[in-house]
Design a protein around this ligand. Structure first.
Ligand SMILES: [Mn+2]
Length: 686
């Protein structure tokens, strides 16, 4: 570049002297000038002088240009030799990928197979025609491998003009001069060892697992001391073999808790080969004959910045596993949480120890507070209302100021009916029910918030109350998801319970002997159980009937509950119409569509449709869909052949083994059905 500019600079004096020579010749060497010989001689002399100066300039320019040229040649030759002998593989290609020049190192990648004339895309399959076409002076990086080696290939475009001197180089015949297009330079770095080191480092990271034998107490209850010790050592032996098979170590923390340390690289083996399921099966066989079937939960933490953080991840993961009913593996890898196993359907715990402990610790927390705000989920149902009422009664028994937070635009019909009945008795405070806004105004430092029948902060009656509260207690029977409320002082989440009303009614038995339920209160709690169990047909365990018996003893009338929960004729008509148009998919799944515009409470209607359809012989799961604004809501039910929670989770929702739901944004009902069918067709479902 510089040489060409220098050439141009030398041309300026040449032009000047030529113009001067012409001027002198024309002005003084013309016939008119002949009269004065002095002027004529001056003209001729000046003319010759200018010519001489011109010639001098030209000679100077030639000499200087030759000197510079020699210098450039030296540099270019050196550059060329540098490229030729460099240990970094280097090649020039056309935009098409055809190699026009390559150094020895490049040739040796493929033992000379890929040389001039061959296409670089054949050598590095990750380099596409498009990436060659798009190459600019800014290098783009393509990672590619060839015969087990990993290369980082930098592609950059070199303008042909910049390298016009390549043609002067020794191998000039190898570059086709006629091609006027740009060349793409490929610089290849062998990163095989670096990648291997990275992978080794990643895989040797420590994973911490916390193992919990979910129902150790129940399993060992029926056994004598000798059998318990046999069971203990059997479990320990199985788990240490499990650990050593995965090159890890295991340590017993408590009688039913273990810590597992292993390399991250073994995590996949644990979840993929189902070795976990195998152990559970073996332990189960060993304890055959006891009434309780054995389950185990594992929480694994990986990729914490420190060991402490990894351990915290493991604790969170285990809590999630237990919160979801146990019998599964939860892995927390940084922010990502994945769930494995847990398709058995949850086993009901027969012990009421937890209810008693939670009742007592709730009492302690409540004791130091003045005001209690009790909040269920949006679109309050009877379970949510009944649970809130139970907590309300506990708070009143301790002379606390209590409020049930209910927004009038977020209630189901039976709740509206119940509120009317409570107000009509005149036995309760006028401020028993308050709106979310009023609650926010009243909430102060001496207040606590009790969240019932949900643990996802997004679906609360008044989500702002969660932000406002620093003392929160949660009572729920829904599985814990990723959006669950954090930092609660008391968290009693029991996915094995049929309903929150069942849990709260159990707690009431232990909370205070002086609490005597009135007929309407017992009936409210019973109604919550009836709704959530769909008339004692799903999620119903021995404890559910125990609680029902307790409520009946307190005066609950089943006929009241039946009347409270009766549907309007128009609702029944809508449900029947939707059922008539149900599609039966794969002989096992019932899928019904419902037009939300014809019902005042379409979400309640689709739940009713799904409930009705699951009563059909041969149907493993039922689904009812409706579109509200831009969201398609799906309500799903099963009995025990299919886990609808897993199905709804795959569509972004959640719930229980036999009752779950989801919302899909921005699709039509038919598109949502297609997605649902794709999940139903997926092989890993059963
Ligand atoms: Mn509920």
């Amino acid at each position: 570049m510089e040489r060409r500019t220098a050439k141009k600079l030398f041309l300026i004096p040449v032009y000047v002297f030529v113009l001067l020579a012409i001027y002198f010749f024309i002005v003084y060497a013309t016939p008119s000038s002949f009269v004065t010989s002095d002027l004529f001689i001056f003209g001729i002399v000046s003319f010759i002088a200018c010519l001489a100066a011109t010639v001098f300039c030209i000679i100077i320019s030639k000499v200087s240009s030759q000197n510079e040229r020699k210098l450039v040649d030296v540099v270019k030759t050196g550059e060329y030799q540098f490229m030729q002998t460099n240990i970094t593989p280097l090649a020039f290609c056309e935009r098409s990928g055809s190699i026009v020049w390559a150094n020895d190192a490049f040739r040796s990648i493929s033992d000379g197979h890929y040389d001039v004339g061959k296409n670089i895309c054949g050598l590095f399959t990750e380099i596409t025609k498009q990436s060659l076409h798009d190459a600019t002076a800014d290098p783009t990086i393509v990672m590619s491998s060839y015969e087990g080696k990993v290369y980082q290939v930098k592609l950059l475009c070199v303008n042909k003009n910049d390298y016009e001197d390549i043609k002067d180089l020794k191998d000039e015949e190898k570059i086709d001069e006629k091609k006027q297009s740009d060349y793409v330079m490929a610089i290849c770095y062998d990163e095989t060892e670096l990648e291997a080191a990275k992978l080794a480092l990643e895989n040797s990271k420590l994973a911490i697992g916390l193992i919990n034998l979910d129902n150790y107490d129940e399993v060992s209850e029926g056994l004598d001391e000798f059998k318990i010790s046999v069971l203990r050592s059997f479990v320990e032996r199985k788990l240490s073999r499990f650990a050593s098979e995965n090159s890890g170590v295991i340590k017993r923390l408590e009688k039913d808790k273990f810590m597992l340390l292993l390399d991250v690289s073994h995590i996949n083996t644990i979840t993929e080969t189902k070795s976990y399921a195998q152990i559970v099966e073996e332990i189960r066989n060993e304890t055959a004959g006891t009434e309780n079937s054995f389950t185990m939960s594992i929480g694994i933490g990986i990729s914490g910045r420190t060991i402490e953080e990894t351990y915290d991840y493991a604790k969170t993961a285990l809590n999630l596993a237990l919160g979801r009913g146990g019998d599964q593996i939860v892995i927390k890898n940084g922010k990502d949480v994945s769930f494995h196993g847990g398709r058995e359907g949850t086993k009901e715990k027969t012990k009421r120890v937890r209810a008693r402990i939670k009742a007592w610790s709730f009492k302690e927390v409540l004791d130091i507070k003045e005001r209690v705000f009790i909040m269920g989920h949006a679109n309050a149902d009877v379970d949510s209302f009944g649970a809130a009422l139970g907590i309300y009664l506990m708070a009143l028994s301790m002379d606390k100021e209590a409020y049930i937070v209910l927004n009038s635009d977020s209630l189901t019909a039976p709740v509206v009916e119940l509120m009317k009945l409570y107000n009509e008795t005149g036995q309760y405070s006028e401020k028993m029910f308050i709106s979310g806004k009023a609650a926010l105004d009243l909430f102060n430092k001496n207040s606590m918030l009790v969240v019932v029948d949900h643990n996802n902060e997004k679906i609360s009656q008044e989500p702002k109350l969660i932000e406002a509260a620093d003392t929160i207690a949660i009572f729920d029977h829904h599985r814990v998801g990723v959006n669950s409320i954090q930092g609660a002082v008391i968290s009693y989440i029991e996915p094995n319970a049929s309903s929150t009303c069942e849990m709260i009614a159990e707690m009431l038995e232990y909370f205070d002997d002086n609490i005597k339920l009135k007929k309407l209160e017992a009936e409210t709690l019973l109604a919550g159980i009836v709704v959530d169990t769909n008339n004692f047909t799903s999620q119903t365990g021995a404890r559910t009937f125990d609680v029902a018996a307790f409520l009946k003893q307190n005066g609950a009338e089943v006929s009241f509950v039946r009347k409270l929960l009766r549907e309007n004729f128009s609702e029944i008509k809508l449900v029947s119409e939707a059922i008539t148009n149900t599609e039966i998919y794969n002989d096992s799944y019932a899928i019904a569509k419902f037009d939300s515009s014809i019902s005042s409470q379409p979400l309640v209607t689709i739940a009713l449709i799904a409930n009705e359809l699951i009563e059909t012989r041969g149907i493993k799961a039922s689904f009812a869909l409706t579109k509200i604004e831009d969201k398609v809501h799906i309500s799903a039910r099963s009995i025990d052949e299919v886990n609808v929670q897993v199905i709804m989770e795959k569509l972004g929702g959640g719930g229980h083994h036999s009752s779950a739901a989801t919302q899909i944004e921005g699709v039509s009902v038919d598109e949502a059905i297609d997605r649902l069918k794709a999940v139903l067709d997926s092989p890993d479902l059963v």
